[in-house]
Design a protein around this ligand. Structure first.
Ligand code: ADP
Ligand code: MG
Length: 311
C-alpha cells in the first residue's frame, strides 16, 4: 500500500532535496523567481495508466522518467530552460509503495540531470488507475521563445536525432516480443533524453524560425506546425533519418521526443548540435499542402500520428 498522504509528501520532500533558494514543497504555494529579462514558460502533461503507459510493459522508473520527459521536451521546443517541476499524482490504494518509489526515482534522476527541483504538487487517492500530471515551469528571454508559427515558404525543415525507434520498440513490446528487442534500444526507449540543449542553442544562435517537439509523430506534429504558420511542406522520404526501422514508424509513430524545426534558406545549420545529429528533411512551401516525395513521386502526407478521441 502507498504511505498515507502526509508521510508520502514528507518522503517526496526529502527526496526532492535541494531547491536552490526557491520556496518549494511544504508551503501553500511554491515561490519561484523568474530571472531578470525573462518570461515564464508553462506546460502541463498527463500520464494516465493504460493510456500513456502500461505498468506491465515498462519499469516504474521509466514511467517516472517519461512523465517528466514529456514536459521537458515541450520546454526544449520553445528554446527554454526548465526552472521547476510540479507533480500531481492519484494512486490506487493497492499500489505497492515500491512502484511509487521507483517512479519517483526515475523522475528525480532526470530532474537532477537538468538541475530542475521538484517544487510541489498534489497527492490523492485514485478509484482505479494511476494518474500523474506534470507541470514544468521554464523561462526564456522576453520575446525570444521559438514558436510553431514562424515557418515561412522557402525555409528548410530539420529534425534532431533519429525517428521511429520509439514506435518500433513499443510495437514490439505490445506484441510481447520484449526478448527480441536489443537491450540498448530498450534502454533508449525507456530513458530518452529531452533536447533541452539543442533547443536552447537553436534559439540563442537565432537559427530556428519555428519549432515543435515530435511527441505525436512527424506527420502529425509537422501538420500542427504548418497550421500555426499557415504554410505547407514537402518532405523528402530518402532523407528522413530512421535507421533500421520502417519509414511508417518514422512518419507516424509517436514518442520520439526529437525536435522538428525550420530555418531560413541561408541559415548555417550545423550537422550536429550538442552532439545530436541534425538532418534536413524537406522544405516549407506556399499554400497548405503537406506532402512526401517518395520514389520520385509526390504524395499527400496526412497526419496519422497519435490523436485522442479519433475513434
Ligand atoms: P494543500 O492542502 O495546500 O494543497 P498539500 O498538503 O496538498 O497542501 O501539500 C503540501 C505540500 O506538499 C505543498 O507544498 C505541495 O506542493 C506538496 N506536495 C503535495 N503532493 C506533492 C507531490 N505529489 N509532489 C510534490 N510535492 C507535493
Ligand atoms: Mg493539496
Amino acid at each position: 500500500l502507498p504511505l498515507a498522504e502526509k508521510s508520502l509528501i514528507r518522503r517526496m520532500r526529502l527526496r526532492a532535496g535541494n531547491t536552490r533558494g526557491i520556496v518549494g514543497i511544504g508551503d501553500d504555494c511554491a515561490c519561484i523567481r523568474i530571472p531578470d529579462g525573462q518570461e515564464a514558460l508553462i506546460t502541463t502533461d498527463f500520464s494516465l495508466e493504460d493510456i500513456h503507459f502500461r505498468r506491465e510493459l515498462q519499469p516504474a522508473a521509466s514511467t517516472g522518467h517519461r512523465c517528466l520527459l514529456r514536459g521537458l521536451s515541450d520546454i526544449a521546443a520553445m528554446g527554454g530552460t526548465p526552472l521547476a517541476v510540479f507533480l500531481s499524482i492519484a494512486l490506487p490504494d493497492n499500489l505497492p509503495q515500491r512502484w511509487l518509489d521507483e517512479f519517483l526515482g526515475g523522475l528525480l534522476k532526470l530532474a537532477s540531470k537538468f538541475a530542475v527541483p521538484l517544487a510541489g504538487g498534489d497527492t490523492s487517492k485514485s478509484p482505479g488507475k494511476i494518474l500523474a500530471d506534470i507541470v514544468v515551469l521554464g523561462s526564456v528571454p522576453k520575446g525570444g521563445a521559438v514558436l510553431r508559427s514562424g515557418a515561412r515558404p522557402g525555409n528548410r525543415i530539420f529534425v534532431t536525432g533519429t525517428l521511429g525507434r520509439a514506435a518500433a520498440t513499443l510495437a514490439a513490446l505490445l506484441r510481447g516480443d520484449k526478448n527480441k528487442i536489443p537491450a540498448p534500444d530498450l534502454n533508449t526507449y525507456f530513458y530518452q533524453s529531452p533536447r533541452i540543449e539543442v533547443g536552447r542553442i537553436l534559439r540563442e544562435k537565432g537559427l530556428a524560425s519555428s519549432m515543435i517537439d515530435i511527441s505525436d509523430g512527424l506527420s502529425t506534429d509537422l501538420s500542427h506546425l504548418c497550421e500555426e504558420s499557415k504554410v505547407g511542406a514537402e518532405l523528402i522520404a530518402d532523407t528522413i533519418p530512421h535507421p533500421e526501422t520502417d519509414l511508417r514508424f518514422a512518419l507516424h509513430g509517436g514518442e520520439d521526443y526529437e525536435l522538428l524545426f525550420t530555418a531560413p534558406a541561408k541559415a548555417a545549420v550545423p550537422r550536429r548540435i550538442a552532439n545530436v545529429p541534425i538532418t534536413e528533411i524537406g522544405r516549407i512551401i506556399r499554400g497548405r499542402k503537406v506532402s512526401l516525395r517518395i520514389a520520385g513521386k509526390l504524395q499527400k502526407l496526412a497526419p496519422a500520428g497519435w490523436e485522442h478521441f479519433r475513434g
